[in-house]
Write a protein that binds this ligand. Structure first.
Ligand code: MG
Length: 171
């Protein structure tokens, strides 16, 4: 990936993920989990490449920055009530974390919806760590954002393999 081509916004979004201890390889593992059964020769490199492409999208960067900011503010107790309590407790009926995630799932078409729902239920790999509420960390938004990036990357990968991605020709 050409680092010089990254915008400042993209660098900030990547830094935020790193700051919250989410490695791109963790997200690539989710993509592998979702796609390995459909492609015999799938490699982690290909999964990682697709994660990187998803992160180059502005709407994804905005979702990452917004969601993680709210998680951090809730962790520090800095939000107003009732939002502070709702986000800190990861209240099940809140649902806005999923709405922000859907803005990511959308970027590579509807296959992403199915994958997002599936890993949200299964919680493989890093998603189970992010859903562990016992350590005082708040990841109400981040778990959905990570799942959504993986789902969008899976969708992109599936489209790229059949050759129907225009932007792939521009790389
Ligand atoms: Mg959540």
């Amino acid at each position: 990936m050409n680092v010089e081509k990254q915008s400042e916004l993209e660098r900030d979004a990547r830094k935020m993920l790193e700051f919250r201890n989410v490695k791109l390889i963790d997200i690539a593992e989710l993509v592998f989990y979702l796609q390995a059964q459909y492609h015999d020769d799938l490699t982690m490199d290909v999964c990682l490449h697709n994660v990187n492409r998803v992160l180059s999208k502005r709407e994804v960067q905005h979702a990452v920055l917004t969601g993680i900011e709210l998680d951090i503010l809730a962790e520090k107790g800095l939000l107003s009530e009732p939002l502070q309590d709702i986000i800190h407790r990861d209240e099940g009926l809140y649902g806005i974390d999923e709405v922000i995630a859907l803005s990511i799932v959308n970027v590579y078409g509807s296959i992403g919806f199915t994958s997002y729902g599936f890993i949200d239920k299964q919680k493989p790999g890093i998603l189970s760590r992010l859903n562990d509420h016992s350590n005082g960390e708040v990841h109400t938004f981040l778990d959905d954002i990570v799942g959504a990036i993986a789902a969008a990357a899976s969708s992109r990968l599936a489209h790229a393999i059949v050759g129907d991605l225009e932007e792939e020709n521009q790389e």
